[in-house]
Design a protein around this ligand. Structure first.
Ligand SMILES: NC(=O)c1ccc[n+]([C@@H]2O[C@H](COP(=O)([O-])OP(=O)(O)OC[C@H]3O[C@@H](n4cnc5c(N)ncnc54)[C@H](O)[C@@H]3O)[C@@H](O)[C@H]2O)c1
Ligand SMILES: O=C(O)[C@H](O)COP(=O)(O)O
Length: 632
């Protein structure tokens, strides 16, 4: 087989810096975000045509160039010159929450900076149509109404911090507004706050302080517990979680962690054992939460999971309030399952004044202060100022969270392959067994095209998106895919296999191989121990064509059940009946086998998600040896 290797491990990722991209294909976004002070007048003339970009709904992540926007003369704000001779045209940057001085200074070198804090939603909407950029923290809600009120002028929203849950990303993208964040500068601050809460909770510092200020001297009431020798479970072993682990080890704690997607060797390197969710919560004396808020982690700490914890466990949360069912936590505190909790984040911020959780005597609270150190705020301010200025200049940003930058002609040809790529990524990650930790993914494109005539950056980004988004709150696109993969220790390499078919079509097939992991569905593993899947586009529709060593042919739409069974008559009917009886509509079925009457794989597309009982019934069919349900 002839191979033309274009391997690009994340060690040497595609450089999306502006300089590099300039020499490749000029990104569309720079055509309308370009904003250089020296050449602004010429640019203004050349910017009479820009592009309005929208993101397709429903997870496809295909970004469409919708329409050209006739005139963008509103791109430039006018500042009155003191002598009233010339108009110095500079972008206007609205900063709606406190930002470090170093960041403000940097912004002032480039634009007119207006700092207006505590704006009501109406006041923000009234101002925004005069602004080219908006910088916020977690306290400003950047809603669809804000983008509507901007009337096309707002070009970039900068989130001075990690979480972008206060920005309506869908609306931002629809309105052609870039959103950038500052994901790394507050990691240490958040980790230090976690440790501060851990230690002060264990020694009742806040309660004892309040008691003394109330004129009491209660030495026996506030006897604490020691940290040394205790087991701490870190839930979410990412940037903040691993820094908390390092510090807790320094305090003499035994640290374990649960993170289904973290590489075991990164944990081992700092002496932390990765364990299952149940093992972590049932053996820990202290639990510290550092996972993102995603549909999977929403209220993951609830009545059921609290009941599995060691009686008297102590919990710290500096991640997001929504990962805890707060009513269940109050119950667990009341019945003594949880001895104490220390919380920096809440489902609703600020929480209501009469919140039972906040008022609970065994709870220590801080008002979302994790990132609030002078150092972190300066760092975040500079990180976000650089990103916003870069975006206003038309440069690509490594921390963009919603930037579609694909030339329209490339996009229209690749669109179905883009969908295929993301779905293969989503499928691959769902086939990985919890605890395995993905480190290395190889993507193989079979194509008759000359490599120079096939730009796979978007496909690679979408595979990365498919792999990372189900397990993280990161938003992946062409700009930030490599950056995010690298941050998560995920190496993605690409290889080209030359096909002898027609080069009218860009790609014959895409294979995704995940190395050295265990699989929830053993049949997805090939002889070399990798999870391997392959897909193709047929009549414009993405299809799954291979799972492990088994050929199948199902369109990738809705949900998928994969079953391995003894190859014998009647299997399709039996499984089909179970689904039919429970009103689950089968959209397609395909059976693949290696040798007749031995083993076969059945791939079943279903419109609805079958309930647990239905899946159990499928598992009970005697000839079925294993099965897995996959959400596409
Ligand atoms: N309180 C604050 O001021 C503050 C400051 C910074 C970050 N944060 C929050 O802390 C959290 C972690 O931030 P980070 O920068 O370390 O992010 P990160 O992306 O580096 O780490 C998150 C980790 O959680 C893991 N994860 C995903 N799903 C999981 C699951 N179901 N179970 C266990 N682990 C899972 C991911 O694999 C990843 O390793 C985020 O929610 C962030 O918003 C809060
Ligand atoms: O997501 C973050 O970066 C933290 O939660 C900090 O938020 P803040 O900028 O509002 O302090």
């Amino acid at each position: 087989m002839a191979t033309n290797s274009i391997s690009r491990a994340a060690k040497n990722p595609i450089n999306f810096s502006a300089r590099n991209v300039e020499s490749q294909k000029k990104p569309i976004i720079s055509r309308y975000l370009s904003f250089s002070q020296s050449t602004i007048s010429l640019q203004k003339l050349s910017l009479v045509k820009g592009y309005h970009i929208s993101r397709k709904l429903h997870n496809t992540a295909v970004f469409n160039v919708l329409e050209t926007v006739e005139s963008r003369s509103g791109l430039v704000s006018r500042t009155r010159d003191p002598d009233n001779v010339v108009n110095t045209e500079k972008p206007t940057i609205l900063v709606s929450e406190k930002l470090g001085e170093a960041g403000l200074d940097l912004l002032r070198t480039f634009g007119n900076v207006e700092c207006s804090y505590n704006l009501s939603p109406e006041e923000l909407c009234a101002k925004i149509s005069l602004c080219d950029a908006l910088i916020v923290r977690s306290g400003t809600k950047v809603t669809r109404q804000v983008f509507e009120a901007a009337k096309g002028r707002l070009k970039v929203v900068g989130r001075a911090g990690v979480g972008i849950d206060n920005v309506d990303l869908q609306a931002a993208t629809e309105f052609g507004c870039l959103v950038v964040n500052a994901p790394t500068a507050n990691t240490i601050a958040a980790a230090e706050h976690g440790i501060a809460l851990l230690a002060s909770m264990a020694r009742n510092v806040a309660q004892a302080d309040a008691s003394m200020k109330a004129g009491k001297w209660q030495r026996t009431k506030y006897v604490g517990v020691s940290l040394v020798g205790k087991t701490l479970a870190i839930m979410g072993f990412g940037k903040v979680g691993s820094e908390v682990a390092r510090r807790a080890k320094g305090l003499g704690m035994h640290v374990i962690a649960h993170d289904p997607y973290a590489p075991a060797d990164r944990a081992r390197a700092i002496g932390v054992e990765l364990v299952s969710f149940d093992q972590a919560i049932s053996t820990a004396d202290f639990i510290s939460l550092h996972m993102p808020l995603t549909p999977t982690t929403n209220k993951i700490f609830n009545d059921e999971t609290f009941s599995k914890m060691k009686k008297g466990v102590r919990i710290v949360n500096v991640a997001r309030g929504g990962v805890i069912d707060e009513d269940a936590l109050v119950r667990a505190l009341d019945n003594g399952t949880v001895a104490q909790a220390a919380l920096d984040v809440f489902t609703e911020e600020p929480p209501p004044n009469d919140s039972k959780l906040v008022q609970h005597e065994n709870v220590t609270v801080t008002p979302h202060l994790g990132a609030s150190t002078k150092e972190a705020q300066e760092g975040v301010a500079v990180e976000i100022a650089e990103a916003v200025v870069g975006a206003l200049k038309g440069e690509l940003s490594a921390t963009a969270v919603n930037a579609p930058m694909v030339p329209p002609e490339v996009l229209s040809e690749l669109a179905p392959y883009v969908t295929l790529a993301e779905k293969l990524g989503r499928l691959a990650v769902q086939l990985v067994a919890g605890g395995s930790g993905i480190q290395s993914v190889k993507v193989v494109y079979k194509s008759a095209r000359d490599p120079d005539n096939l730009d796979t950056r978007l496909l690679r980004a979408m595979i990365t998106k498919g792999i990372i988004e189900p397990i993280s709150d990161s938003h992946i696109n062409l700009v930030n895919a490599d950056f995010t993969a690298k941050q998560k220790g995920l190496r993605i390499s690409e290889e080209r296999v030359v096909a002898d078919s027609s080069s009218d079509y860009p790609i014959d097939s895409i294979q995704v191989h995940v190395s050295n992991v265990e699989s929830k569905f053993a049949s997805a593993l090939t002889d070399n121990g990798n999870i391997s899947i392959e897909g193709r586009v047929k009549y414009g529709i993405p299809h799954l064509t291979c799972v492990g060593s088994f050929g199948v042919d199902v369109s990738l739409d809705g949900n998928l059940i994969l079953c391995r069974q003894v190859d014998q008559p009647g299997m399709i009917g039996r499984v089909g009946n179970i689904l039919g009886e429970r009103n689950v509509n089968v959209s397609f079925m395909s059976v693949g086998r290696t040798v007749k009457r031995t083993k076969a794989i059945m791939a079943i597309g279903v419109d609805e998600e079958p309930d647990k009982d239905t899946l159990k019934k499928i598992g009970e069919v005697s000839a079925i040896e294993e099965f897995v349900f996959l959400d596409l």
